[in-house]
Design a protein around this ligand. Sequence first.
Ligand code: ADP
Ligand code: MG
Length: 420
Amino acid sequence: AYRKGGYHAVRIGDQFSGGRYIAQRKLGWGQFSTVWLAYDTRTSNYVALKIQKSSLQFAQAALHEIELLQAAADGDPENTKCVVRLIDDFKHAGPNGQHLCMVLEFLGDSLLRLIKYNRYKGMELSKVREICKYILTGLDYLHRELGMIHSDLKPENILLCSTIDPAKDPIRSGLTPILEKPEGNQNGTSTMNLIEKKLKRRAKKAAAKISGRRVSIVGLSEAPTKTKRNLDGIDMRCKVVDFGNGCWADKKFAEEIQTRQYRAPEVILQSGYSYSVDMWSFACTAFELATGDMLFAPKEGNGYGEDEDHLALMMELLGKMPRKIAIGGARSKDYFDRHGDLKRIRRLKYWPLERLLIDKYKLPEAEAREFADFLCPIMDFAPEKRPTAQQCLQHPWLNLSTQNNEDQIEGKMSNMQIKG
Ligand code: ADP
Ligand code: MG
């Protein structure tokens, strides 16, 4: 896809924005972009440089993303609201066309990587709780203060804040900035290749140190293990990223939003959506962090499609969808009959969330009940009944440590005994 209208090929040492930023190594990529670790020579900081594909369609999407990120930055001068910070943006001319570039604060690994790191076994609920607070802080800010819907919340789009600043702590991070660039050399190709090779070797070494066994940005190492990892001492601070699909609540432009597994039922049924679609994705994400499994992984089957399987999975977990909601969407007739029963999947195997957490994931009963009490209301089939991010932040599950929860439950019981 490195062709006209496509990705911009970047080499280590390449300069951007009149020499201000120097590419260090690739951090990741998405459908529309590649993301690079770059060194900001003006501030002596590392930044993430997101370089959009060049065709008009991608450029427009990037302009939209920049508008949303800029609004988020303007409303949060202290940078405390758990949304990735836009530092700068500019155009870069390359052989494949003009690329819009975003300069973002440099963050660490994604929650997806954290889930993989834990070998898909899930992490302690105390850690899940911590992460949930940060995500909800970000969502509350986007929804209530900015009027913005993220529309693509999922573990991949939530990044941990890096605990090491490579610029301030080059020894621990093992990274010294690469400042030379092969293009600057005038001595012919053979020397250029040599320099390029040398730079590549250096970058490889640095990358190995920064993300490898010894030290990584958030302290995660790749070494395989048979047991669940201990995340003690790892700060779970994180931020919401990737506003490529975001929109203003009063200016939506897409009917089909969200990544499949995190998609809300009203999006499948096309009955209109708002902020609460992000809350649905949030609940799916919280479950995945705790268990290591996706909450809903729909598959096309014999005689039915992915959408219908998805709706069936939702009902098996959360109970039957109220008829009015089931038949109320523009697409309802594709999946439901007039009684509100699925057309092709006739027998559902109900397995409520609390039982699932106990039976399949072996959570202690009290913990399973509390976690399910937190998650189930967020997955109400009626979008307007779902609690807002602000209301979720008030939920006792988030605000009490496990010990306190037990105390509270004991307290309730003794109160009941006194009353009784
Ligand atoms: P896309 O819209 O193409 O999906 P994203 O914004 O999700 O692009 O970025 C793609 C990947 O790049 C992310 O999943 C992550 O691995 C990496 N990335 C993005 N932003 C940052 C950042 N600020 N710091 C570090 N890595 C980042
Ligand atoms: Mg993404």
